[in-house]
Design a protein around this ligand. Sequence first.
Ligand code: C2E
Ligand code: CA
Ligand code: CA
Length: 863
Amino acid sequence: MLENIPTSAAPALNRTSVALIRASLLKFAGLLVSVFLLAACLLFYVAHDLDTVEEHEGIFYINKAIKSVEKHVTTTVKDYASWGEAYKHLHQMVDVDWAFAQANIGSGVYKNFGYQGVFVVDGADRTVYSVIRGELKSVDIAQWLGRPIDALLNEARAAAGKEAAVSTIVNFGGIPAVVAASALTPGNDLTVEAVDGPVSVLVFVEPLDSARLQAIGTDYGIKALRIVTHDKVSSTTVQLGEDGSAGHLLWELEKPGKKLLGFMLPLIGVAASVVWLMTWVLLRRTTFAAKTLEDNYASLQTSQIALIKSEQRFRDVAEASSDWIWEIDAQGQLSYLSERFEEITGLSRNAWIGADLDNLLRFDSGKLSQWLKMPKRHPNTSVQCSYIDSQGQARIARLHAREMVDEGFRGTACDITDEVEARRRIDYLSQHDALTGLPNRTRLQAFLDGKLRAVSTREAPLVMLCLDLDRFKPVNDLLGHAAGDHVLNTVSKRLGDCVRTGDLVARIGGDEFVLIITDMSSQDEIDALCQRLIHSIEEPIALGAQEVFVSASIGIAMAPNDACEAAQLMRYADIALYEAKAGGRHTWRFYAGDMNAKIIERRRLESDLRYAIKHGELRLHFQPRVRIVDGRLVGAEALVRWQHPVHGLVSPDTFIPIAEESGLIVSLSDWVLTAACESANHWPNNMFVSINLSSTEFRRGNLVARVQKALCETGFDPTRLELELTENIMLVDATGALEIMRALKGLGVRLAMDDFGTGYSSLSYLRSFPFDGLKIDRSFVNRLGENEKDKSVIQAIVGLGRALSLTVTAEGIETAEQLELLKAVLCDEGQGYFLSRPLDSEAFDLWVRDKKIEQTGPPIPSH
Ligand code: C2E
Ligand code: CA
Ligand code: CA
């Protein structure tokens, strides 16, 4: 998705648009400049046109002015020439007096009209009368003018009949001068008669000097009308005379166009500048704006990318997570459901949009909408709801919700059905034993705590039974774990059947159970229950074709009588159990105050024993073993005792279990081994010594090395050493046991199986393990003579031993009858009180000596 966003395209686009704006601006500015240029051109054109018009008008008015001056002079000269008196006094004769002195045509002409020259030229072209600037002078007109004017004179004479005047403009000493001529005629004066002959001509000359020109110009609105010398003519002038021979007139041209230009051009310039300035500013602004825009766009783009990423993240999360997302409006109706809703619930989104959230999700304590609107609800809290999926199955969802800004709520819902189920299962497993399904120690603890809190009374005590299976371990070890499991399950079921609902049966260890019984006050009732429990457990348990038998010992403690705390109650029940076991198993004991003392005593014994082993308080007694057929002493079993400073001689049945449990058995056994070998060193060479080994020490430490060490240290002949093992050593780890036994055999020692008959599959072990002999347990021998069955059992064992080349020894021979019977079944060797009790070293040595003497006779029972 993100890959599709061209990250540089947008600024590029932006740049293009900015460039476009700039180009448009430039074009616009160009257009404006063109407009300004056009306006300027037009202005120039108009100005030029105006100037041209002005010039033409100037020329027109100058010409008109000159013409008017000419006309004035010609009119004046014609008026004077067409006067009969003048004809009489200046043509028919030249009467200077009349003309000048009487001021008829004299200085008055100059004074009144400003004509500088007044001339009369007769028919022979002689200047007969001349007044110059009001003064009578005798000057030839051609000379004065500096040019002949014959043509003009002739023209005037020609026009005499029409009483008209002619004029011309000549160059008069650098300035133009209007020369007007008219033939002297009597005019309308009938008193004067015209004479024939050449006609005289009256000539007036008016030079147009600067002042005159100025005055003429002023009359016609021409400024600074003046004469220019021909060679200086550069601009427009008005020519006077023929081809300008009389000079050129110049005036001050108004030039309105120029003025217009002078006024408009700066305006246009300013306007153009303003436009340029504005364009420049606009361009700058555009560039700046573009840059800002670009920057903004960049940040916008960054935020847009962030937005897209965030959206994408949201979508990914929404799609990937197991949560579905919902939204409700202010009315609590669903306005949005994410796609995952359908995948998870199987329900249709379309069907649910618009529906009430309360209808979709149920909330145990009230309505979900109420929960959402709870005033102090923390937004991070969640709630567990249930809903029905498309299959009609009830499912559990966890809901998170946040209030939306514009009312309503949105949140996620996560299907936690499996999680809840798993948690329930884990809870169950954590509180129950996986094998039997019974409550475990944790559950027991909680149950006990609960029960103990609800104070029990003497009348309604809480009874705790600690129950331990007897003979379970061999089942497990021998028949395999599956068999063990089956036994445990059966026992569990039977225990459950013996108690009432409300009571608790818990399994707290391998074959340890705890029962919590309520509503049972009298000891009789409890006795009956224990009896029932043991009886039910002792019922045979079918294992395929086989049947196994287990029993149980029970310890009982009661609250509040014995203790009110769970731990203490447990401890007391355990002590009672210990007592029950010590009391011969498959029985029960109530906790008694002195039991605790016994435990303490046992602890003390343990430390005393530790001390005893180190400080030589152990003694060895020897019980002779004889050959049954002839009563010959063949060896002795070493039996350990403890010469306790306070308790006297303590039996191994008391301290061997303590030694086994505390691990002291190894050092104890080391002492026995050495002491036995040392003692036996003094015996005759053909006598062996037999030593008991604990199954626990068989597993611990390096037994082979220890035996070897004892043999080495004492220098005792290994072939004279017999080790008595119980089958327990083989039950735990048969392979390991076999290995050790082979190694022991490698040392040269003999191995005998002790207590044969009390175990399970002694026969198979006998066959596969390197035993040299077996000792029939005294419980069989004890019963010999009581019934035939035991005799045949012993007979069978003896036969088996023989078949396997094992020396068979009968233990616990207490009567002559038993001895006889054993002799009858050809049992190899015998041991028992009837033959001899275990004897201390000296007594045994004596016994040996006596025996040696009597070796040939029958065995003498010793007491
Ligand atoms: P056990 O190996 O079966 O030893 C024989 C027990 O039977 C001895 O008891 C002995 O005094 C007793 N006994 C012998 N003849 C008769 C009889 O005719 N009638 C009766 N009722 N009992 C007879 P003790 O010495 O008290 O030893 C008990 C057990 O202590 C032994 O049973 C043995 O398992 C264990 N034990 C003794 N000494 C040692 C030892 O040095 N090391 C180890 N690990 N265990 C020992
Ligand atoms: Ca023994
Ligand atoms: Ca024995």
